[in-house]
Ligand binder design. Structure first.
Ligand code: CO
Length: 132
C-alpha cells in the first residue's frame, strides 16, 4: 500500500548549524526556514533527487520537538513519511490491522492530509503517512 518515501524528518537543536551542515558540508539544496505554528515547528526542506529531508526545530514552548530534544540532545531522526494514495483508506487499513493511529487526519507541512502512527507498532519509528 505505501508508496515512495516522501521525507525523513530530523529534529535539530541548532537550526543554523544544521542548515550549514546540509548546505555546506553535504552540498544539498536547502530551502528557507518556514514556521508551522499549528505543528509547533520551524521546518527546513532539503530536496534530494529521490526524497526530502525535513529539519524540525521547536517553535513555541509546547512544541513536541522540545520533548524529543530533551531525550535526544544532539537531535535525531524524528519520523519517516511514506506516501499513500488515500489517507482514509490507509487509516482504516491501519486500524483494521491493529496499528495505533495517533490523533486525527491533519494537514501536514506540505498542505496535504497526513496521519501519524505509533512508534511501538513500527519498530520504534514514528511513521507519518501523507496523501499525495
Ligand atoms: Co513529516
Amino acid at each position: 500500500m505505501i508508496g515512495s518515501l516522501n521525507h525523513v524528518a530530523i529534529a535539530v537543536p541548532d537550526l543554523e548549524a544544521a542548515i550549514a551542515t546540509y548546505r555546506d558540508t553535504l552540498g544539498a539544496e536547502v530551502g528557507a526556514p518556514q514556521d508551522e505554528p499549528d505543528h509547533g515547528v520551524t521546518v527546513v526542506f532539503i530536496t534530494l533527487p529521490n526524497t526530502k529531508i525535513e529539519l524540525l526545530y521547536p517553535l513555541g514552548e509546547n512544541s513536541p520537538i522540545n520533548r524529543f530534544l530533551e531525550k535526544n540532545p544532539a537531535g535525531g531522526i524524528h519520523h519517516i513519511c511514506y506516501e499513500v494514495e488515500n489517507i482514509e483508506t490507509a487509516r482504516d487499513k491501519m486500524l483494521a490491522n491493529g496499528a495505533r493511529v495517533l490523533g486525527d487526519i491533519k494537514t501536514g507541512a506540505h498542505g496535504k492530509p497526513v496521519l501519524f502512527l505509533h512508534p511501538k507498532d513500527f519498530n520504534g519509528t514514528l511513521v507519518e503517512l501523507e496523501q499525495i
